[in-house]
Design a protein around this ligand. Sequence first.
Ligand SMILES: NC(=O)c1ccc[n+]([C@@H]2O[C@H](COP(=O)([O-])OP(=O)(O)OC[C@H]3O[C@@H](n4cnc5c(N)ncnc54)[C@H](OP(=O)(O)O)[C@@H]3O)[C@@H](O)[C@H]2O)c1
Length: 262
Amino acid sequence: MTPDRWAIITGASSGIGKALAFEFASGGFNLLLTARNEVALSEVAAECAAKHGIRTEVIPADLSNRDSLDRLVADILAKAHPYEVLVNNAGFGIHGDFASGDVERNIGLVNVQIIAAMKLTRAVVPSMIARGSGRILNVASVYSFSPVPHQSIYAACKAFLLSFSSSLQDELRGTGVRVIVFCPGVTRTEFRSRAGIAEKIKNSGMTAEAAARIAYTETLRGKHIVVPGFLNRVYVFFAQHLPPGFVPGIVRFINRQRLRHS
Ligand SMILES: NC(=O)c1ccc[n+]([C@@H]2O[C@H](COP(=O)([O-])OP(=O)(O)OC[C@H]3O[C@@H](n4cnc5c(N)ncnc54)[C@H](OP(=O)(O)O)[C@@H]3O)[C@@H](O)[C@H]2O)c1
C-alpha cells in the first residue's frame, strides 16, 4: 500500500511552487497547497489529483498577514496529516530604494519570506522528528549569498533563509529530518513582472519546471544547499570569493539600469 505522505507547499498557485506541486504529486505525495489565489490553487490541486491519483487540500492564506498565517498554521495542525515535506516557497520581490520605499510592504515581505517559514517549520518539525523522517525545503535565492542594493529587504530575507536553514540542519542532525535550501537565480515565472523588474531579455533563465525538478530530486536526496544551473553557481562562487563590495557593486549597476527602464 502507498504510504500516506503529505507535502505542504506555500506559493503553489504559480511559478516554482506550482511546478513543485506536480513534482511531489508525481512522487505519490498528497498535497496541501496554499497561496492567496484560491481559484488558481484549486486548478493546480485538481490537475495534480487527476494526473497522479493523489489526495489534495487547498487552504487559501495571505502570508503577509499575521492573522491569516496563524489560521493557516492552526488548520495544518488540526488536520494532523503525516507531513513528510514542507516547502516554504511563497515569495515576492520589491525593487527600488529602501529610503523612499513603502515600509509596510517591506514588513509584508518579511512576513511572507521569514515569519511564515519560521512558524510553519516550527509547526511541523516536531512531528517529523517524532516519526524520524522529514524534509523542509526553503526556497531562497542566489541573492542569499550577497547584499543586493535596490532589493535590500528581499536579499536580506533570502540570507536569513540560508542561515536559518543551515543552523536548523545542524540542530536536526541524527533525527532523520533534513533541511534543504534551494537557491535559484533568474527563473521564468511571474516573479519579475510582479516585482516591476524590467527585463531586456525576455526568455532568460531557467524554466520553473526545470528548477522544480532539480529542487524535488535534491530534496529527496537530502542535499543541503542546492544552486541550480552553471551560471548561478558562478554567481555564488564570485559572491563568496571576490572582495565583499564587488558583486553588490555589479548588481547595484544592473538594478539601477532596470529602475531607469521600469
Ligand atoms: N523567479 C525568479 O527569478 C526567482 C529567483 C530566485 C528565487 N525565487 C523565489 O522563488 C519563490 C517562488 O517564486 P516564483 O518565481 O515562482 O514567483 P511567482 O510565480 O510570482 O510565485 C510566487 C508565489 O508566492 C505566492 N505569494 C506571493 N505573495 C503571497 C502572500 N502574501 N501570501 C501567500 N502567498 C503569496 C503567490 O501566490 P498568490 O499570488 O496566489 O498569493 C505565488 O504562488 C519565491 O520565494 C522567490 O523569491 C524566484
